[in-house]
Design a protein around this ligand. Structure first.
Ligand SMILES: [Zn+2]
Length: 250
């Protein structure tokens, strides 16, 4: 979401050279990375999850744009999934507080997101900006193979510009090729982003892994969240790989 805002509002984003020393000061707070990521493009910053780069970008686009992109991504509203209303996510993008704004742009501070809404956002990136509305599939045929109900495709309001969605899709594809590994997702044309959300209180982070397949015969969007699971790629990415490999065998 922060990257989408930056693609649309930072004209030099793709020509700029970013440098991470492992720490970045904003409003008296220190934003840190586990180690210095050095000099990189925006694509590399996404692949390595550089907090310093994305924290700085959130402060550059500002709180109003960040809030606008959270809303437009459907992350602060409720989705109706086969009659079940999802809980709304919530964010605080403070004005005059660049430290907490930077943390909010990284996915920390008060950020709360509903995995189902996040999956719909992944689908929107895959579909050129317009999300499919998730539905529960109870049963599509009888034991004898006779269809039991109509399954109508539904879609929601546009979440991203088409060009922005295409750029995000390509960069998420690079994440898999250059970092997460094609071996775990063989032949899937997978696009993904990991997330490791620190929760404090001495607990392990929430592990996230979200994305979609570009294979037209397997047009799946997915999200995996393992509460207090640990690292996003190592833990949630592994779960995603196991489930997707089974899904692709169908
Ligand atoms: Zn960094």
């Amino acid at each position: 979401m922060t990257l989408a805002a930056a693609i649309d509002h930072v004209p030099t984003l793709f020509s700029r050279e970013f440098t991470c020393d492992g720490r970045f000061e904003a409003g008296g707070q220190v934003i840190t990375c586990p180690s210095a990521h050095g000099t990189m493009t925006i694509g590399k910053a996404l692949t390595v999850s550089c907090n310093c780069v994305f924290g700085a970008l959130a402060t550059e686009v500002g709180p109003d744009v960040m809030a606008q992109y959270a809303d437009k991504a459907g992350l602060t509203s409720s989705l109706s999934v086969s009659g079940i209303q999802t809980a709304k996510g919530s964010f605080t993008f403070p004005t005059g507080d660049p430290g907490n704004l930077a943390w909010a742009g990284i996915g920390q501070h008060n950020d709360l997101v509903n995995p189902c809404n996040f999956m719909a956002y992944m689908g929107a990136i895959a579909r050129g900006g317009v999300p499919a509305t998730p539905q529960l599939v109870y049963q599509t045929t009888t034991a004898g193979g006779i269809p039991t109900s109509m399954y109508l495709k539904k879609h929601g309001a546009r979440m991203l510009d088409e060009a922005t969605a295409a750029k995000l899709s390509d960069m998420m594809r690079d994440n898999v090729v250059n970092n997460y590994g094609e071996k775990r997702f063989p032949g899937m044309e997978l696009c993904a982003k990991s997330g490791t959300a620190e929760v404090g209180g001495g607990k392990r982070p929430n592990a996230w892994f979200a994305g979609f397949s570009r294979d037209p015969s397997h047009p799946y969007a997915f999200v995996v969240m393992v509460e207090n699971g640990g690292g996003g790629n190592a833990v949630a990415g592994e779960v995603a790989g196991q489930v997707l490999r089974a899904a692709f065998q169908e």
